[in-house]
Write a protein that binds this ligand. Structure first.
Ligand code: PNS
Length: 160
């Protein structure tokens, strides 16, 4: 069975992430979306909130599971008997960091390969940070995230 891990901060999940999840789930037998629990990044949403939002938007995909992790990604990959890491590539600006990440991971876990999916052109400019910045200034984020997620982002900035 081909099991893959799609890791990230997902603070919050955007349509760009969602596109990668849908496509990766169609080529893998099982996909684990792995949410990094990293307190040093001071995320807008807690790891539980990020996991729940991902569960919500992926509930129609039976072979997708959402979990959180801390520590090394490759340890999580091994613990879950996966051999593939999925990452999305938006533009050439992503490449250097992604290459470093995948090559480092392969040195410490040679049996784990990274598979890159190029982001849908529609979302090639999109990032969670941009979405948060637009929301912070009261802009319309409906083109970037699911309606339920947009409501949660707005509520955060409204201090609810
Ligand atoms: O969505 P992001 O923030 O670009 O995801 C980055 C992520 C979670 C893939 C990366 O930071 C990661 O794997 N962190 C876990 C710690 C780790 O394994 N670091 C060594 C990789 S070089």
């Amino acid at each position: 069975m081909a099991v893959a891990v799609y890791p990230g901060s997902f603070d919050p999940v955007t349509y760009g992430h969602f596109d990668i999840i849908e496509r990766a789930s169609s080529i893998m037998d099982h996909l684990i979306v792995a949410v990094l629990n990293n307190s040093s990044k001071s995320p807008l949403f807690s790891v539980e909130e990020r996991v729940n939002m991902l569960i919500d938007v992926t509930k129609h995909l039976p072979n997708v599971e959402v979990r959180s992790f801390d520590g090394l990604l490759v340890d999580f990959v091994r613990e879950n008997h996966a051999h593939v890491i999925i990452r999305g590539l938006r533009a050439v600006t992503d490449f250097e960091y992604e290459l470093q990440l995948s090559q480092t991971n392969r040195v410490i876990a040679p049996e784990v390969d990274t598979v890159f999916l190029t982001t849908n052109l529609k979302y090639s400019y999109l990032s969670s940070s941009i979405v948060k910045e637009i929301a912070m200034y009261g802009g319309d984020i409906s083109a970037f995230v699911h309606p339920g997620i947009a409501g949660k982002i707005r509520a955060k900035f409204a201090g609810e």
